[in-house]
Structure formats: structure tokens, C-alpha cells
Design a protein. Structure first.
Length: 274
């Protein structure tokens, strides 16, 4: 099956001369985590920007003193974009995503963006064997990057960068208290920069704490839940990852769309039927 049968055709884009605030508003409105960036003159693809880019870059020392109103998408976007073609097979696109650790690929035809494929598109139909029989414990990440509610937001941001993750589990004495994602962080940092005068931002951003930003209403899964069950929750509730807990709410691991995608790819490659 070719990717044009799977890809989303209603593509939301952002111009490279628009601001970071513009991009975040588009992401919230359309409930997406990445935007293809296009040229203001030709509408051709020139980059891609994600929530993780916004969260990790706009609070960096490099851009700390740049006013938010002056921070353009061209400043923080990834310029070297991996793309696919409508005639590419699903497994080829899946391989690109797994090998390059990316969550979405623009589909290009004759220099025009004609579609977008994300992890979610591959998670919609995993209710068959072996996905409805394989437990999450077989694919989950056992080493969980955690923070405390009392940790500073700048510390959480550094953990995301150093470990190349888009979510951190918030724990207190081993118990899961919440989760903080790149989306939470991006929203908070943008609002902070809009609210606090530039001359105070350097010192005051260090007074933001994880407990002020984290999502406290959190859904967890158990290690015996199947891949199909967890994938269904992620798709229906728009989660990109879920902590795995025991019956005492202690963290045992974490499972992400990337973990499931990797398993789907490995199985599909071995069977040669995807």
C-alpha cells in the first residue's frame, strides 16, 4: 500500500517569516505537534518546526534576549527536512520515521506539499495480531527520565535536551504525580516571554517550577496492557506517551508512540506484508 492512502491531505503550514507565537497558536487550534514551514514567496517547503523545537530553543541562552515578537520560524525550524513521495510504500515511510527518530514526514509531489504523515497515522490500525496479544512490557522504556514537582523548569528543559525526549514523568517519593511535555513547556515559556519584561526574563525564568507547568490529570497504563489497547488510548486521547505504573502508582516505565512504531516496523519488515 502506498502512503497516499494513509497521509492527511489537509495540511496546516506556517510561513518561515511568521512568529513562534503564530506557530504555537496553529498547533493548539489544529491539535498537532509539528508544522511544515514554507517560503513566503513560493510556498515551497523550507523547514519543519515542532513543539519540542519551541520548548528547547526559545529559552536557550542563544535566544534568551531575543524578543518573542522578533523570533521567526526560520530561526528555530529544522531546515534539512526528510520528505516522502505519494507513491512511496507505507513501510518505506515507516522506516524513515523509525531510523531518523522523527514524528512526521511531509509528502511532496512536484515541489508541492500534498500530505503529511505522522506516528498517529500508523497507530490507527494496530488492533490485530500480534499487537492485540503483545504486552507493553515487551516494548516499553524501562529507564524513565523523571523530575520532581519542586524542580525548576530550566532543569526539566535541560533534561529533555540531554536525553532527547519530549516528556518527563513527575514523581515524588517514587509515586507518579503528573507529566510535563514539550507542549506544556512551549506554552509556558511563550506566555512567560509575552508577560515578563525582557530585562527581567533572565532571572525570573529560573523561578518557574515543574509543579506550575505539569499536567496533574494523568492517565497511566500497566505493563500487561497490550500494544493495541495502549495505541487506541493514545490515538483517541491524543497522547504521545504514557507512564507505566504498578498498582501503587509507582513508575515502572514509559511507553511512547515511537516505541510502538518501532515494533510495528520490525514486525512489518519481518512479515513483508505492510
Amino acid at each position: 500500500m502506498t502512503i497516499d492512502k494513509v497521509m492527511a491531505k489537509d495540511i496546516v503550514t506556517v510561513r518561515k517569516d511568521q512568529t513562534v507565537s503564530d506557530a504555537l497558536k496553529l498547533m493548539r487550534k489544529h491539535k498537532i505537534s509539528r508544522l511544515p514551514a514554507i517560503s513566503s514567496k513560493t510556498n515551497e517547503l523550507v523547514g519543519i518546526v515542532t513543539e519540542k523545537d519551541i520548548a528547547t530553543k526559545i529559552a536557550s541562552a542563544k535566544y534568551e534576549e531575543v524578543p518573542l515578537s522578533h523570533m521567526r520560524i526560520s530561526t528555530i525550524m529544522t531546515g534539512d527536512v526528510i520528505t516522502g513521495a505519494p507513491s512511496d510504500s507505507k513501510v518505506k515511510i515507516l522506516k524513515l520515521m523509525v531510523d531518523n527518530h522523527i514524528g512526521g514526514i511531509p509528502i511532496i509531489d512536484d515541489n508541492d506539499i500534498v500530505g503529511m504523515v505522522t506516528k498517529t497515522d500508523f497507530l490507527r490500525n494496530v488492533d490485530t495480531k500480534p499487537y492485540d496479544e503483545t504486552p507493553i512490557k515487551d516494548i516499553m522504556t524501562n529507564r524513565v527520565i523523571t523530575v520532581s514537582p519542586d524542580d525548576r523548569l530550566v532543569h526539566a528543559r535541560r533534561l529533555m535536551i540531554d536525553n532527547d525526549v519530549a516528556r518527563l514523568v513527575v514523581v515524588n517519593s517514587g509515586l507518579i504525580m503528573g507529566i510535563i511535555t514539550a507542549k506544556d513547556m512551549a506554552k509556558t515559556i511563550v506566555e512567560f516571554k509575552e508577560r515578563v519584561p525582557e530585562k527581567y526574563q533572565h532571572t525570573q525564568i529560573r523561578n518557574l517550577f515543574v509543579q506550575e507547568v505539569m499536567s496533574q490529570t494523568i492517565e497511566t497504563t500497566t505493563k500487561d496492557a497490550t500494544i493495541a489497547q495502549v495505541a487506541n488510548i493514545m490515538v483517541s486521547k491524543e497522547f504521545s506517551g504514557m507512564p507505566v505504573s504498578d498498582d501503587k502508582n509507582k513508575v515502572q516505565g514509559i511507553v511512547s508512540k515511537s516505541d510502538i512504531l518501532r515494533y510495528v516496523y520490525d514486525h512489518s519488515r519481518k512479515r513483508g506484508n505492510y
